[in-house]
Design a protein around this ligand. Structure first.
Ligand SMILES: Nc1ncnc2c1ncn2[C@@H]1O[C@H](COP(=O)(O)OP(=O)(O)OP(=O)(O)O)[C@@H](O)[C@H]1O
Ligand SMILES: [Mg+2]
Length: 316
């Protein structure tokens, strides 16, 4: 028996979310936002919090500073039931933060990376790989240490019999340096969104991107916002529409919540179609409340939202 179902490995930061902003930011001017939330940020943290809320035994390996944003991140993860005993605290940098200007279904963001850029494979106790069944990695372009060591980390996980998932997320410097031919064979489940996949593979359209990665993937799920998701394997493809939410509160973390739902079923050995359907559902549930974790406050709330908003009966 392994101690953890899931090890979320990656970046940690605080999110300062500004809602209902009077137009776009302009240099030399000041604008009002009508609403503000300070909360746990980071794609990997939202994934960890939500998969723990679904019922997976989850630990986080990440680096934080010895500061109030570090305390906020740690206590938020703890309150979501994520094991924080593997967090690395340093005084060499501050905990990162993202300022989010939220405009309906999309947003503008500025991130100070701080500690998230510092952690590398050398900082991680290798013993944790024998304590977990699955490792999830996200946001590699925000973490130069992890990105540099990605092949080594994935190879080590594979050697230890640990399954892996990877969501690269956006590249803020837009170089999209990603050696998919070498990395993807090491990844059990690759979960980019559509736009990211086109950029990661320098493709004009989705068909071209899929043909480029197909020889190298094990399983790939492409997230397509309100269009749902596309499951790709070496010789199959399954397009699944979204559980449409016509009253989206915000879409922050919808992709991370999709990842949480998909991987929650994946580690239980469910069929890939069931994983995809559950990912679509948790992605949709995410859009019913503010922020990335708002809709995942408890198992009861998740079950209730699935039933009331999307007419889905689920057991957790
Ligand atoms: N408006 C919506 N209604 C219902 N489901 C949605 C909606 N938006 C997103 N989803 C679901 O959530 C999944 C993930 O969303 P999306 O494609 O936006 O991911 P992403 O771009 O990676 O998001 P993120 O910005 O969180 O990284 C989609 O595949 C879909 O199933
Ligand atoms: Mg995403």
């Amino acid at each position: 028996m392994k101690k953890f179902d899931i090890l979320a490995l990656g970046e940690l930061n605080a999110d300062l979310i500004l809602n209902k902003v009077d137009g776009e930011p302009e240099i030399g001017k000041e604008k009002f936002a009508q609403d503000m939330i300070l909360t746990l940020g980071s794609s990997t943290a939202i994934f960890a919090a939500n998969i723990a809320s679904l019922g997976a035994n989850t630990a986080f390996v990440g680096m934080i500073g010895k500061d109030s944003f570090g305390d906020l991140v740690k206590s938020s993860l703890k309150s979501k039931g994520v094991d924080t005993s593997l967090l690395i605290e340093t005084d060499k940098a501050a905990t990162g933060a993202t300022i989010v200007l939220n405009y309906n279904e999309d947003r503008a963001m500025v991130t100070y990376q701080g500690t998230m850029d510092m952690m590398s494979f050398a900082d991680i106790n290798k013993g944790v790989f024998s304590q977990t069944r699955h490792v999830h990695i996200s946001s590699i372009f925000l973490q130069s240490g992890i990105k540099k060591d990605l092949t080594e980390i994935l190879s080590y996980a594979k050697k230890m019999g640990v399954t892996t998932s990877l969501d690269t997320q956006w590249d803020p410097i837009e170089k999209w340096d990603f050696d998919y031919a070498h990395i993807l064979p090491l990844v059990s489940v690759f979960i980019p969104n559509e736009k990211e996949l086109l950029l990661l593979t320098a493709s004009e359209n989705l068909d071209e991107a899929i043909e480029k990665i197909r020889p190298y993937i094990n399983t790939c799920v492409i997230k397509r916002g309100s269009k749902g998701s596309l499951l790709i394997q070496k010789d199959t493809k399954n397009d699944m529409p979204a559980f449409l939410n016509t009253e989206v509160v915000d879409a922050i973390g919808a992709g991370d919540s999709f990842n949480a739902g998909f991987i929650f079923q994946y580690i239980q050995g469910k069929s890939l179609i069931e994983c995809q359907q559950f990912g679509n559902l948790t992605g949709a549930i995410n859009t019913t409340a503010a922020g990335g974790t708002g809709a995942f406050s408890s198992k009861e709330n998740i079950i209730q939202t699935a039933k009331e908003k999307f007419n889905q009966q689920i057991k957790l």
